[in-house]
Design a protein around this ligand. Sequence first.
Ligand code: IPM
Ligand code: MG
Length: 356
Amino acid sequence: MKTYKIACIPGDGIGKEVVPAGQEVLEALAASGAGFRFEFTSFGWGGDWYRAHGKMMPDDGLEALRDQDAILFGSAGDPHIPDHVTLWGLRLKICQGFDQYANVRPTRILPGIDAPLKRCTPKDLDWVIVRENSEGEYAGVGGRAHQGHPIEVATDVSMMTRAGVERIMRFAFKLAQSRPRKQLTVVTKSNAQRHAMVMWDEIALAVSKEFPDVKWDKELVDACTARMVNRPASLDTLVATNLHADILSDLAAALAGSLGIAPTGNIDPERRYPSMFEPIHGSAFDIMGKGLANPVGTFWSCVMLLEHLGEKEAAARLMQAIEEVTADPKLHTGDLGGKAKTADVTAAVVSRLKNR
Ligand code: IPM
Ligand code: MG
């Protein structure tokens, strides 16, 4: 029987609660005759590791992950460690180290979820945001000088390469082409950012020629926020820079009902390295350790993980179990206005997988 090696990195905060829940659901799926099994390895990296070792993960940590088939990640962030240290020391180290340059963020209003837009039905909001995940505003280029003096200076330089933009555009056009509407919106800001974003637009136009069957348009990022609220059905697949997509994907998740539901995949489309799947919510210290976290974002991320492994049927079964569970308001966690606990939602998904 095929065995998939999955690295689990719960990280910090509620990551420690939702990743084990995801693992439980994947185990249940495998045990219910899916035709494959999992071999999980857990890594205790994150804030606690930092307190013990002075870093978020070991220097050679990527080596331990390299031969895994995929990574299930929780969150990185600790109230006692600066956010840029936790982010760059763990999550970005893995994303950038493994060149997971395509960050894929689907958004839908799942059954039973009350979304805030009053004129929007679930069929009007079915998006995938493709986030450039390797450069741009997160390139890490910049620095500080004259620290502590009145003339102190600091820069964060957004850096875009032709190769980097071409590959994310090609990925986004291909993804749009695989969806029923074959429609892509290229998010830009080339009115104000007159160098890199103009190159971004030029490359979008050039790559579009390879995909004559994909309808595409361009939208400025600020206008895009309004369009997401006012005309959600006019969007399908979107591609945006690292920071623009970071912001748009939180808006998308909120419009679909809750940040607790939204999944993501950090993907190396060339499959040179393992890809990493995670809920987009953060570590949520206000509710950590209480069993209140919504595990649905992690479960949906597990669906993406299974799709990435080529296990389409198992992925569809898990998605169906998730949707049956969200459809029942008694199984809603606090972020959705309900009273259910992480363990209740997990048990409900597991039992639906068993009874099939
Ligand atoms: C995300 C998150 C991260 C990001 C944070 C935790 C730094 O918001 O994955 O969207 O900005 O990339
Ligand atoms: Mg974000």
